[in-house]
Ligand binder design. Structure first.
Ligand SMILES: *Cc1c(COP(=O)(O)O)cnc(C)c1O
Length: 401
């Protein structure tokens, strides 16, 4: 049927219920346009976006510079496949390596694909370097989230996500997070260890610097590659370009995605020369990944995010927001934690879903992490004034619950 402009929001929602696979529980309104941290629905209601498309819209909505780069590149060259070089892809790879531990980049279309690439690279590296066919085990941690495809799903140890889809990729070992004693279970059979320096979906839990140092040492001892999943916590979210920098620990590979192209689909696997040397023509690939349209935009976004004054803004506003949240004297709040603009508000009860739902009526787009944590992950351009509005509205919601 033809979708007319005159449909009401309720009619559009009903059409969605009819035509889409029901894998998402969606909010009851239809979003229409945005500007900065604000978004409007088709009925003209305004929302402050403190979810940022799940930590994606780092520059907010309708950023003028991003729109200009997008339009210019769209009029020039959109897609070529990876059979050819294009300038935007190479420029982005050069920027990412210049600003990190890495020597080389493999582009993907999403976070889960970046982790799939890391799984494959580590397996190949183990075969080439250690000539060990049995060095196939992959370690991840409790409450980790690394994605939904069959490899990364095996590294996302949540029963509801995994149970319907077994058998999963074998040879996965799940260890407790921040538990140094458990690292002895990383044996010679392990080829790679995946960890989020700050767990996002798992509830904003930071790996301690001591734990990351011990993990690095254990990986070196058994010849396992250390993979940092910075899909959510990386690219300026913490006020540092990379979440792991503060720990002083360097990984062998790092995966990126969410904010890298400001809302367009992209992922990246960053790796050292040592690991990359194990890969050869035909080992892995993607039709769309790293296309000139997406990477032109990502170059723009990365330049903005990596500027020292931009990161200083994230640290300043993040510190302000965390202090204001910590000062909320609500008996329903158990803890406020996190760094920069990656803040978790843990409730004393399983209130997260209700707070998110009440947010719609109070002009807030919110996202939870599990049943009792509100994940506060606004666009990185958010101002102190917008943080004030958010805190006031959240306080009103909590009072009424
Ligand atoms: C969102 C996320 C992923 C998966 O990214 P997709 O783009 O949704 O595939 C992987 N790791 C972490 C830490 C994430 O937050």
């Amino acid at each position: 049927m033809a979708i007319s402009r005159d449909l009401t929001a309720a009619e559009i929602v009903a059409l969605g219920e009819t035509h889409l696979v029901k894998t998402y529980k969606r909010a009851p309104m239809v979003l229409s346009h945005g500007r900065g941290v604000r978004v409007w629905d088709t009925d003209g209601r305004e929302y402050l976006d403190f979810a940022a498309g799940i930590a994606v819209n780092a520059l907010g909505h309708a950023d003028a510079g991003m729109a200009a780069v997008l339009a210019e590149q769209a009029a020039k060259l959109t897609h070529t496949s990876n059979l050819y070089y294009t300038m935007p892809q190479i420029a982005l790879a050069a920027k990412l390596t210049a600003h990190s531990f890495a020597d080389r980049v493999f582009f993907t279309n999403s976070g889960t694909e970046a982790n799939e690439a890391a799984i494959k690279f580590a397996r190949k590296y183990a075969r080439v370097t250690h000539q060990a066919a049995e060095k196939t085990h992959v370690v991840c941690f409790e409450h980790a989230f690394h994605g939904r495809t069959m490899g990364s799903l095996a590294l996302t140890p949540k029963e509801a996500y995994q149970a319907p889809f077994r058998p999963l990729m074998p040879d996965v070992v799940v260890l407790p997070f921040n538990d140094q004693a458990a690292l002895a279970q990383i044996t010679e059979r392990v080829c790679s260890v995946f960890i989020e320096p700050i767990q996002g979906e798992g509830g904003i839990h930071e790996a301690s610097p001591e734990f990351l140092r011990a993990l690095r040492a254990r990986c070196d001892q058994v010849g396992a590659l250390l993979v940092f999943d910075e899909v959510q916590c990386g690219l300026g979210r913490t006020g540092d370009l990379w979440a792991h920098t503060a720990s002083g620990v360097t990984p062998d590979m790092m995966t990126l995605a969410k904010p890298l192209a400001g809302g367009l689909p992209i992922g990246a696997l960053l790796t050292t020369e040592r690991v990359a040397a194990a890969l050869t023509y035909g080992d892995h690939g993607s039709t769309f990944a790293g296309g000139p349209l997406i990477t032109a935009v990502a170059n723009y976004v990365f330049e903005r995010i990596s500027a020292p004054e931009f990161l200083a803004h994230v640290r300043r506003v993040g510190g302000y927001l965390k202090a204001r949240l910590a000062a909320l004297s609500s008996p329903k709040i158990k803890e406020v934690r996190g760094r920069g603009l990656m803040i978790g508000v843990e409730f004393t009860d399983e209130l997260a879903a209700r707070v998110v739902e009440q947010g719609y009526a109070h002009g807030l787009l919110l996202v939870s992490a599990g049943t009792s944590v509100l994940r506060v992950i606004p666009p990185l351009i958010v101002t102190e004034h917008e943080c004030d509005l958010f805190v006031e509205r959240l306080a009103a919601i909590l009072e009424r619950l």
